[in-house]
Design a protein around this ligand. Structure first.
Ligand SMILES: Cc1cc2nc3c(=O)[nH]c(=O)nc-3n(C[C@H](O)[C@H](O)[C@H](O)COP(=O)(O)OP(=O)(O)OC[C@H]3O[C@@H](n4cnc5c(N)ncnc54)[C@H](O)[C@@H]3O)c2cc1C
Length: 351
């Protein structure tokens, strides 16, 4: 079978690259095992701001202006709503933070995203917020689990191979060969598993584990994502996503009692309502030393490409990153230097 592109991995990055190819009427095959990825476990929050320090995300406006219409149009095309526009309510910890928010919300780079008008605790008596809430506008939640499974079942059922890619079996020359597949190029979108990819294992993918809880809470509003010491985000049917831990040492997807206790402790600091824990899970984020994505062409193999390192912002960034990569491959349009893996080329040739 001959195709333009073989995509390896089907988290939010692989999905977005597939959709880029589909919309450009290019032929492709996606290969990924039938297992839960970081994208499946993610809250799916699209947030253009860094809520610890009240800063915009790198290239926030460009990513957001591309991502919101992208997910909304896609939902219409596949006749399933995959995105909900939901405000994030940041709980202030002190008067100082409240004042800092006011200053940040007046900055040109943030005024579109941070509402200057603060929200009083009285509006949500079920949540403890003595110093009020700051509202992030133009934020959303994408139901990544629903999106990924729906896309495979309804849009690409004949282009999806449910198996793990074995790098040793791949041949490269003018065409990429893999079993009976011949592809003009291959794009690896393996998330944290990218550390096992012999073509790109020189890159500084560090990975950070996140444990989460899913809780049921009958009386809590489903109209808002709350951000206290952790996120509390509605998932429908009165269930809520609670997370996440940020662990740098342990690179397994095992959950721990310490992780659960930590999450419950943080949650109880602001949620006043009773709830029931229904799930406890963990996955690894594909984080990078310099906190920028990993995009581009292998230093020596012309038709071997990478789309990875989306860190904590894959849902926001992957649509535009996929477009950039597509334009780079097809039209030779340069990638932004900060995202291009060329920045690590010295490490490759040193090995
Ligand atoms: C707890 C937690 C919460 C998060 N919350 C958010 C959030 O709210 N918003 C947000 O934007 N991001 C969030 N993230 C970050 C999220 O991980 C990234 O944004 C993004 O989903 C990563 O997507 P990815 O496709 O790069 O990787 P992954 O989702 O890890 O997908 C990798 C894919 O590659 C496949 N694969 C790997 N190796 C092979 C192989 N050899 N052969 C075939 N297939 C292979 C895997 O099976 C999988 O399908 C969260 C992460 C965690 C852990």
């Amino acid at each position: 079978m001959k195709v333009d592109t073989l995509i390896v991995g089907f988290g939010i990055a692989g999905f977005n690259y597939a959709e880029q190819l589909r919309s450009q009427k290019k032929s492709f095959i996606v290969m990924a095992p039938d297992e839960e990825s970081a994208s499946h476990l993610a809250a799916g929050i699209v947030n253009p701001t860094v809520l610890k320090r009240f800063n915009p995300v790198w290239k926030a406006a460009a990513f957001l202006e591309y991502a919101l219409p992208f997910y909304s149009n896609l939902g219409e095309q596949i006749q399933t709503q995959v995105m909900n526009l939901l405000p994030i309510y940041r709980i202030f910890n002190s008067i100082q933070e409240k004042n800092d928010w006011g200053v940040a919300a007046s900055r040109i780079s943030l005024e579109k995203y941070l509402n200057k008008q603060l929200i009083s605790e009285d509006q949500f008596p079920e949540v403890r917020a003595p110093f009020a809430f700051g509202e992030v506008i133009q934020s959303a939640r994408v139901d990544t689990k629903k999106l990924l499974s729906h896309y495979i079942q309804k849009i690409i059922p004949n282009q999806f191979l449910s198996e793990k890619f074995d790098h040793k079996t791949m041949t490269h020359g003018e065409w990429i060969g893999y079993k009976d597949i011949q592809a003009r190029q291959i794009v690896f979108c393996e998330g944290y598993h990218g550390i096992e990819n012999p073509y790109f294992n020189y890159l500084p993918l560090i990975g950070s584990k996140g444990q989460i809880l899913i809780i049921k809470c009958d009386q809590l509003t489903e109209e808002v994502i709350f951000k206290g010491p952790i996120f509390l985000s509605p998932m429908g049917y009165k269930t809520f996503w609670v997370g996440a831990t940020f662990e740098r040492e342990d690179k397994t997807t095992r959950v721990s009692e310490e992780g659960k206790a930590w999450l419950l402790n943080k949650l109880k600091q602001f949620l006043k309502l009773p709830f029931e824990v229904i799930e406890h899970k963990a996955q690894i984020r594909a984080t990078v030393v310099d906190r920028r994505p990993l995009l581009g062409r292998h230093p020596q193999h012309q038709n071997v490409y990478l789309l990875n390192g989306v860190g904590t912002r894959g849902v926001l960034m992957s649509p535009l990153l996929s477009k950039w990569l597509f334009q780079f491959i097809e039209n030779n349009i340069k990638l932004p230097l900060e995202a291009d893996i060329k920045r690590f080329e010295k490490q490759y040739f040193r090995n």
